[in-house]
Design a protein around this ligand. Sequence first.
Ligand code: 5GP
Ligand code: MN
Length: 315
Amino acid sequence: MHQKPDADAMGSALALFHFLVQFGHTVTIISPTNWADWLNWLPGATNVIDYERNREKATNALKDIEWLFCLDFNTLERTKNLAPIFAGLSCTKILIDHHQQPDTASFDYGISDTKKSSTCEMIYDLIIASSYQEKINKEVSECIYAGVIADTGSFRFSSTHASVHRLVADLKDRGLEHIAVHEALYDNFLENRLRFIGNVLLNRLEVYYEYNTAIITIPKSDLLKYYIKTGDTEGLVNYPLSIKGIKLAALVIDRDEERKWSFRSKSGFDCNTFARKYFEGGGHFNAAGGRDAASLNETVKKFIIAMKENEALLS
Ligand code: 5GP
Ligand code: MN
């Protein structure tokens, strides 16, 4: 899965895990980095190896590996420090992903389908196609559902095709308790995160109405003041899109190692192209991310220039 895995990355890996172990396979899940605490609710998440914290265990697991499933990322670089290790493995590498422009040369087999709502939906499709659908137990269901709601914005993004609703209907028929998943993912934060969001919306949001764009800039001091942890900033970038007329929402966070960008759009603005062109990133049409080694002030200046260059697409 990609670094700083989200509910789709973690959910798809765990869903595949809970499917494969029923056949007696030895399955290990490795994340390149840590993840949000609230993802630990997913069945099996606490057994996932964080490569940055436990390199030895991860390296041992990779020694006798036969198959490497690469889930929810399109290029090996998205696995951060694991990228050169994965590149050097001689095992069979299988990609299952829905991001744009996959680096297919890095994988032996796989499915890349940018029309799919989530990698979790693709794991569901794989299980159905395998004709072992009776193996969709409580664990598999919950993991798939978590990724689907996360990546579809709870069934509102354009990728929410009829197939997504059919998938959910099937999981419900199999006994899925969806309320528990929603509560675990969305009603499981500490008070400080809510106060942090209040401060962000009041003091860190800049709206450029002439470009239908809004930008949120988060300095390191805010992260420290509000004890912000991995995952606490997820979803923040969506808030400005609720302002009438806004087509592009951008969020930049001053992380230790880099300035991390998130982009979300409406009305036909292509975030993937924008993130690739200006911020070494990528993703999907309406949701992408990127990075910059420059300072927070400098990268925001770059963004404003980029926004102006894109005036015709934003107006
Ligand atoms: P987020 O803004 O939630 O971090 O990411 C939005 C989407 O863009 C996700 O699908 C994520 O995988 C992708 N993404 C985020 N950052 C990067 C990046 O630096 N490079 C690429 N290629 N994709 C990214
Ligand atoms: Mn995904």
